[in-house]
Design a protein around this ligand. Structure first.
Ligand code: FRU
Length: 465
């Protein structure tokens, strides 16, 4: 478990990345460098509000056990004095390159953003190299979150989240041969066919043999029945990224990556053949954010567990990375085996659990109540999974709905002290959420409904020595 405020928290998280204190938001600079996984994250060390952003830093051999390092980048220069905003990492000739956005508010209260570079030989100490790109014409100062990758021909690419002067979300594209000099390639959405909200944050491009996935976190999409219910959402569009820098979408369908309450601003990285992604848990309206129960303890938010991403038959699958299985306390595992019953209860003596459920027969629908604080419902008529929780501010029930394709085959649930991540049908439908139940170290599970054919295993989770 990481050190800091979370250790003494009533809502302790065991295996999620948390800040030592203060506020964490987006994952940044994800990379494997010299044999270690590096995760950086947006971090306000001085409080639980969105100010003073630095890059917090943790490293690991296995994405399970993490060691905390000092903040990698903090505001210090005229081009980043009001915040080191989100960005990414890449390795070239054994040097780690970090690209980030410097946030600046001038004395005249004009806001500016600079796309900056910092490098490191050891992955611990970083040297700032300053801004590397001119602010593009025709865009407001909302240009940020550089994501960099290398293509198979040896060209480096960068994409930036941006807002046009007529207040539309966009992604800008640049290319480079050396990571220092960047040539503009215009915007990724040349035909202007994708129109979503007023600003696109944290763009990412995930490349697979069967196609490319453009991931964006747009602000300003209006809620629709059963979708886009969060303050902002992250989603993807399938298509092909061309050498010209254009993304040609297959269809213009924008699919939410995660149907839970607050998953946002994810970033991917390449680990050999695997594409791995972390998200932030998460984005919420300000008034609600400031009443999250951990705020009074001096810390706020966490990252999601790492997920491998696959694109199969035009469907994006997210699966918890295999390494997390190291947390399973195999000798304490519990089998769930229900036949012809309409209620099934069990209790675990830890809040940290992984639950694997397999559905051998189509069920007529069921509910799962987790310690009276979080509820999962299967609506077999609509092919829907519905999650709900009691909102800590309003005391009202809130819910999110996701549709699965075909039959319900399996559900895998990762529970930490105050997070739940639910992977339906091999991760083709995912829900991530915070939940805050009574300050207890146990969890009670109650299944009700048509439980025929449900089988499963519950693994208590713990760091193994
Ligand atoms: C997304 C975001 C980014 C920005 C960062 C600032 O959550 O708004 O666009 O770089 O957070 O913390």
């Amino acid at each position: 478990m990481l050190d800091g405020k979370v250790k003494d928290s009533h809502y302790r998280l065991m295996y999620h990345i948390t800040p030592e204190k203060g506020l964490l938001n987006d994952p940044n600079g994800l990379i494997k460098f010299k044999g270690k996984y590096h995760v950086f994250y947006q971090w306000n060390p001085h409080g639980t509000v969105h100010k003073n952003k630095t890059w917090g830093h943790v490293i690991s051999d296995n994405m399970v056990n993490w060691e905390r390092l000092p903040a990698a980048l903090s505001p210090s220069e005229i081009y980043d004095k009001d915040g080191i905003y989100s960005g990414s990492a890449i390795v070239k000739e054994d040097i780690l390159y970090l690209f980030y956005t410097g946030n600046v508010i001038t004395e005249q209260n004009v806001k500016k953003s600079y796309q900056c570079l910092a490098t490191s030989e050891d992955g611990i100490h970083f040297e700032k190299k300053g801004p590397i790109i001119e602010h593009p014409e025709g865009y407001t100062r909302h240009v940020r979150d550089p994501k960099v990758w290398l293509d198979e021909k040896g060209t480096f690419w960068m994409i930036l989240g941006a807002q046009t002067e007529d207040l539309k979300g966009e992604v800008l594209v640049y290319r480079s041969e050396d990571l220092i000099h960047w040539e503009s390639r215009g915007n990724i959405n040349r035909q202007k066919k994708i129109s979503l909200g007023y600003m696109w944050e944290c763009p990412d491009l995930l490349r697979f043999e069967s196609g490319d996935v453009l991931l964006i976190s747009p602000q300003g999409i209006k809620a629709e029945p059963k979708r886009f219910d969060n303050i902002n959402q992250t989603g993807y569009i399938l298509g092909e990224f061309l050498d010209s820098g254009e993304f040609v979408a297959d269809s213009f369908e924008f699919t939410e990556l995660d149907r839970g309450f607050e998953f946002y601003a994810p970033q991917s990285f390449q680990d050999g053949d695997r594409t791995i992604l972390y998200g932030w848990m998460g984005a919420m309206p300000n008034d609600i954010e400031q009443t999250v129960p951990t705020v009074s303890e001096g810390w706020l938010h966490c990252l999601s567990i790492p997920r491998t991403i696959e694109l199969i038959d035009h469907i994006v699958y997210q699966k918890p990375v295999e390494e997390l299985k190291q947390l399973r306390l195999d000798y304490q595992k519990l089998s769930i085996s229900i036949t012809n019953k309409d209620e099934y209860k069990f209790t675990t003596n830890t809040p940290y659990n992984e639950i694997v459920l397999n559905f051998c027969n189509p069920t007529n629908g069921f509910t799962l109540d987790i310690s009276g604080g979080f509820f999962i419902e299967h609506n077999n008529k609509e092919n829907e999974i519905i999650i709900s929780r009691i909102n800590w501010l309003t005391n009202e029930m809130e819910k999110r709905i996701g549709k699965y394709e075909g039959e319900l085959k399996n559900i895998r649930i990762y529970l930490d002290g105050s997070t739940i991540e639910i992977f339906v049908n091999d991760g083709s439908l995912v829900f991530s959420s915070r939940y805050f139940v009574e300050k207890k170290n146990t969890r009670e599970f109650i299944f009700k409904g048509d439980l025929r054919g449900i089988e499963g295993i519950v693994y208590p989770l713990e760091f193994q020595t």
